[in-house]
Ligand binder design. Structure first.
Ligand code: HEC
Length: 120
């Protein structure tokens, strides 16, 4: 009586792990053929993150002329990242950026800095 459920659960465990092995094989195969695709999806991800900044800093980091907010496009990567991290830690006082920057990981803030620095 004990053997049946045990056998059953081993059976399903085996098919689960062979499914996982197949999935791992697929992931491996995809990662071998997909460097260009990965770059595209990385770029889209960064653009999606940067789109949230457009409300205040303008499309593609170009602030609307006559508005008080700074353009981000073309500022140096180091300046951008330093400011973003200073907002995040509270070192630089802010009305809103301290809240916004806490919604992003350090890697995402670095991505955003590289992205805006590269825009003209
Ligand atoms: C709700 C409006 C708003 C949004 C959205 C916004 N910002 Fe800001 N940003 C500001 C304001 C206002 C300041 C001035 C500091 C403050 O008072 O928070 C600022 C300042 C900055 C500065 C400092 C610029 C400098 O040279 O001193 C950087 C860098 C910056 N923002 C980057 C970003 C990035 C990157 C995003 C998107 C993740 C973003 N901001 C989204 C309003 C916004």
């Amino acid at each position: 009586m004990n053997k049946l459920p045990l056998h059953g659960s081993r059976g399903s465990h085996n098919s689960l792990s062979s499914g996982l092995a197949r999935a791992a094989g697929l992931v491996l195969a995809l990662s071998l053929v997909a460097p260009a695709w990965a770059n595209d999806s990385q770029r889209l991800r960064t653009r999606a993150l940067a789109a949230t900044c457009a409300h205040c800093h303008g499309t593609d980091g170009h602030a609307v002329a006559g508005e008080p907010l700074v353009s981000l496009a073309g500022l140096s990567k180091d300046h951008l990242l330093t400011q973003l991290l200073a907002f995040r830690t509270g070192q630089r006082p802010a009305t809103i950026m301290h809240q916004i920057t806490r919604g992003y990981s350090q890697e995402q803030l670095e991505e955003l800095s590289v992205y805006f620095a590269a825009l003209k």
